[in-house]
Design a protein around this ligand. Structure first.
Ligand code: C5P
Length: 215
């Protein structure tokens, strides 16, 4: 379809640097042409469950995500329709009541640990990327982030990583590397990989008539 937005999937383990890669790609485009959608916004709504139960949910399992809603929203954005994007609250472990109205753009980056796990999601993507980072780097990044930004204690991060994040990563996240068109070692500092991505995105934009041939 001519003028169809480009959908790029950026997967990788928690703390792998997916967000840095995504931000580096975004910098290569104007704000009006690119949109980032995080799979984390689409964790299932758990507001009906007691806090204790939400605390004990496995957030690294494919079933934790409301992929039906995510797929519905990506399809709408592809049709240039606006969506009501959910907002996720990591401290309360559920969706918050507000949503954010989001307009379609030419480039949509879909980022998340398990976005390559679902075949229906993969089928919507033009380019699939896996950010591949060693486990020691990932756990250090996660520890700092969860304590500083997500209201967690050191003990809780270690416990969750050992009992849930690590086994789920090995079972569900790591195997999706095989679906990637591009595997980027070590996050956003990989300028060669980012440039290659940006060039490819521009080529597709040109093919679809979304930017002039001269650009
Ligand atoms: O940003 P990142 O890819 O690290 O986000 C995914 C991680 O968020 C998952 O590994 C999951 O363990 C964590 N998470 C959490 N608590 C929630 C929801 C997600 O620790 N309530």
């Amino acid at each position: 379809m001519k003028d169809k937005p480009i959908v790029i999937g950026v997967a990788g383990g928690s703390g792998s640097g997916k967000t840095s890669v995504t931000k580096s790609i975004i910098q290569q485009f104007t704000e009006q042409s690119i949109l980032m959608i995080e799979q984390d916004y689409y964790y299932k709504d758990q507001s009906h469950l007691p806090f204790e139960e939400r605390l004990n949910t496995n957030y690294d399992h494919p079933l934790a995500f409301d992929n039906d809603l995510l797929i519905e929203h990506i399809n709408k954005l592809i049709k240039r329709e606006q969506i009501e994007k959910p907002v996720y609250d990591y401290k309360m472990h559920t969706r918050s009541e507000e949503t954010v109205q989001v307009e379609a753009r030419d480039v949509i980056i879909l980022e998340g640990i398990l976005i390559l796990e679902d075949e229906k999601l993969r089928d919507l993507m033009d380019i699939k990327v896996f950010v591949d980072t060693d486990a020691d780097v990932r756990i250090i990044r996660r520890m700092l982030r969860d304590i500083n930004e997500r209201g967690r204690t050191l003990d809780s991060v270690i416990e969750q990583y050992t009992n849930v994040v690590r086994p789920m990563h090995l079972q569900f996240v790591e195997p999706t590397k095989r679906y990637a068109d591009i595997i980027i070692p070590e996050g956003g500092q990989n300028h060669v990989a980012i440039d290659i991505m940006a060039t490819k995105i521009h080529t597709i934009l040109r093919e679809r008539g979304l930017i002039p041939d001269s650009l």
